[in-house]
Design a binder for this molecule. Structure first.
Ligand SMILES: [Zn+2]
Length: 278
């Protein structure tokens, strides 16, 4: 196969490139059918969604690359079934194959099949791209470890995700196509509050919310401090009005339960019940 591939390349680059491509057409390429399920269709243009899609190719290539050629990042895929058998990302697609591609299942029992995510990340940690600063702050408010830096370049985001086993949250599909990214998710919503609900639902995190345990500004873990300890460190009116104070050991910020606290708590309660009642 490799020889054929090399041969084709040489012909294509030579003086008879026109003939070479004609030859390809005459030999009629291989074909495989792909069907994408559930939210994987979000990555396809409307006219291609929820349809069997045919793919032509000359040489068998890895199913992972073929899936990404449709615009679907491999990180969104959890199960691939080729001709009724579950296969891995490196499976070489053959002429006549029928490939079904599934996203992460939330409730369907597929334990007997070959799941493609290396292992489900319990206690998930995140790293977010530069467009998702507000989402990062909200996730921290809910107690989730969310690394974010507006200056992180793409390569750095990929590196952090791989080295620290963080789920890469992004609005940029291309970022999820880096081979090093094993856990990533393309955020659909554009409104930051809706994004929070989306992420909680997608990763089934409603039960893991621990509100007000992380610094919204720097992702540091908050520690509770007494009113006495907070004296002279927080504004006087805060000491007069509130009893509970927290301190970020990482950036030094102080938090207390101001007027926004009840509003936030109501929202968190809604979020937890909305996303767990599916
Ligand atoms: Zn902090």
């Amino acid at each position: 196969m490799r020889d054929r591939h090399g041969g084709a390349k040489i012909a294509g680059g030579g003086i008879i490139s026109g003939n070479a491509s004609m030859e390809g057409v005459e030999h009629s390429p291989h074909r495989a059918c792909f069907r994408f399920y559930a939210e994987l269709n979000d990555h396809l243009p409307p006219e291609r969604q929820y349809k069997t899609l045919e793919k032509s190719f000359f040489l068998p290539s890895a199913v992972k690359d073929m899936i990404e050629s449709f615009g679907v990042p491999h990180t969104e895929v959890d199960l691939i079934v080729a001709n009724g058998q579950s296969v891995g990302f490196s499976y070489l697609v053959q002429n006549g194959d029928r490939i079904a591609v599934y996203p992460m299942f939330e409730s369907l029992d597929v334990t007997s099949e070959q799941r493609l995510r290396p292992s489900p990340l319990r206690n998930p940690k995140f790293v977010l791209d530069l467009h998702l600063g507000k989402l990062a702050a909200y996730l921290r408010m809910l107690g989730f470890d969310a690394e974010y830096g507006p200056s992180f370049a793409d390569a750095r985001l990929v590196e952090i995700s791989a080295e620290e086993h963080r789920i890469l949250l992004t609005r940029d599909r291309g970022l999820l196509m880096y081979a090093a990214v094993t856990h990533g998710y393309w955020v659909r919503e554009t409104d930051s509050r809706k994004q929070v609900a989306e992420v909680i639902r997608r990763f089934d995190l409603a039960g893991a919310i621990q509100p007000f345990t992380r610094c919204m500004a720097c992702n540091g873990v908050l520690e509770r401090i007494s009113k006495e300890q907070a004296q002279n460190l927080v504004p006087e009116h805060a000491i007069e009005l509130y009893d509970e104070f927290q301190h970020c050991g990482q950036c030094g910020r102080f938090y207390w339960r101001g007027s926004h606290y009840d509003r936030m708590r109501r929202w968190i309660r809604e979020l937890a019940s909305d996303t767990s009642a599916r």
